[in-house]
Design a protein around this ligand. Structure first.
Ligand code: B12
Length: 322
């Protein structure tokens, strides 16, 4: 592929609004968020990312680093007034207070969530697994385990990483233990023989987070759906090929980072353009869309839901009305 100054021809095309050298000087991550904010005309998508990013650096004693990066980005974008304004807006609000973090201390399963997070942070995989499986055997529902235990625990794990209290290795370990427990729950999930409708569930291309969308697949499965969980980071063309093969009633797409919102829109456009997929209902969700729910409609989705339980109820209702 032809390149100029370390920037590929394809990249140059997509970043026409900024001078090409920027890709070599500024973190790609920041530019992805900027591009999403530009495409969707939502400055807060970039500002909130910058506040988070600045906070992460500050916790690590590198508080000036991101500001310098933003100033560089602003200089590179000097010929584009909209972009300069977007970046300046972020610079002006860099130190603003972010939202309150979710922790395991709230919610009806706070005691179990608190013990589980202690186990996994102590590296006690066996104890953590036994504790959760015992709770499920004693009647804790999969819904409550997922939404009231695992979800807040992982949010707190993320927050502890963000604030430099735990390492990337500890975060990966906690995630891996949680996934290994989820894999052991299959007798509870695949117990229904009624399979009236079919769901394909995946994370949008570029999204490496897979637990949330797996919860969506599992909770749909438990409510009588035949589910096909395709994991994370699904290339658009391959997703479309699977949808053509499987002919589902609905496809669920997960979006974790706000920089991934425009990719979700592109995915939906490709699905909509395919005559063979005309009747497939598209439901979107995930952390990024919890922050920006009104964007779901703009992306062309049929439905958005905050969590798998609401999604299953909504999609069932929509299909019944069809
Ligand atoms: C584990 C984890 C990872 C793992 C994921 C591994 C895996 N196999 O899944 C790895 C290490 C890959 C990872 C990578 C990154 N991560 Co990460 N990650 C997390 C963490 C700690 C937990 C994620 C999780 O599973 N949560 C639990 C699930 C259940 O929650 P959920 O996904 O929101 O899903 C729920 C709902 O949103 C909903 N839902 C989800 N999808 C859908 C879809 C539909 C259709 C519906 C209806 C509902 C729905 O249902 C679920 C149940 O209610 C989060 C912290 C957090 N707050 O979640 C950070 C977090 C999301 N990551 C973060 C970041 C920054 C990153 C990286 C950029 C880090 C880096 N520099 O490399 C990369 C980006 C990778 C990418 N391109 O996607 C940040 C994002 C911050 C921001 N401002 O954007 C977070 C918030 C951590 C933090 N506090 O700073 N991460």
């Amino acid at each position: 592929m032809k390149t100029t100054g370390g920037v590929s021809a394809a990249e140059q095309k997509t970043i026409g609004w900024i001078d090409a050298g920027a890709r070599t000087d500024v973190a790609h991550e920041a530019m992805d968020y900027l591009e999403s904010a530009r495409q969707l005309e939502r400055s807060e998508l970039f500002t909130s990312y910058c506040q988070w990013r600045h906070g992460v650096d500050e916790e690590r004693g590198e508080g000036d680093r991101f500001l310098a990066e933003l100033q560089l980005l602003r200089d590179h974008a000097a010929s584009d007034a909209d972009t300069t304004r977007l970046v300046q807006d972020a610079v002006d609000h860099l130190g603003d207070e972010g939202p309150e973090p979710t922790t395991v201390h709230d919610g009806p399963q706070a005691a179990l969530a608190g013990s589980y997070i202690e186990d996994i942070l102590a590296g006690e995989r066996g104890e953590a697994t036994r504790r959760i499986l015992a709770a499920v055997e004693s009647g804790l529902s999969i819904r409550d385990l997922y939404l009231e235990v695992f979800e807040p625990v992982l949010a707190e794990i993320g927050y502890r990483w963000e604030t430099n209290q735990i390492s990337v290795g500890q975060e990966h370990y906690c995630t891996a233990v949680t996934q290994s427990i989820m894999a052991q729950l299959f007798p509870y999930i695949f117990s229904s023989s009624l399979k009236s409708k079919r769901l394909v569930a995946t994370s949008v291309a570029g999204n490496l987070h897979e637990i949330g969308i797996r919860m969506v697949a599992d909770l749909f499965e438990m409510s009588g759906w035949d589910t096909h969980y395709l994991g994370a980071n699904m290339p658009v063309a391959d997703l479309v090929a699977s949808l053509r093969d499987l002919q589902p009633d609905a496809v669920a797409i997960s979006v974790m980072l706000t920089s991934q919102i425009s990719a979700a829109g592109e995915t939906i456009d490709v699905i909509r353009a395919d005559e063979a997929l005309r009747d497939v209902l598209v439901v979107v969700g995930g952390r990024a869309l919890r922050l920006e729910p009104d964007l779901a409609e703009r992306l062309g989705a049929d439905a958005w839901a905050v969590d798998p339980e609401q999604a299953a109820a909504l999609v069932d209702e929509m299909l019944a009305d069809k």
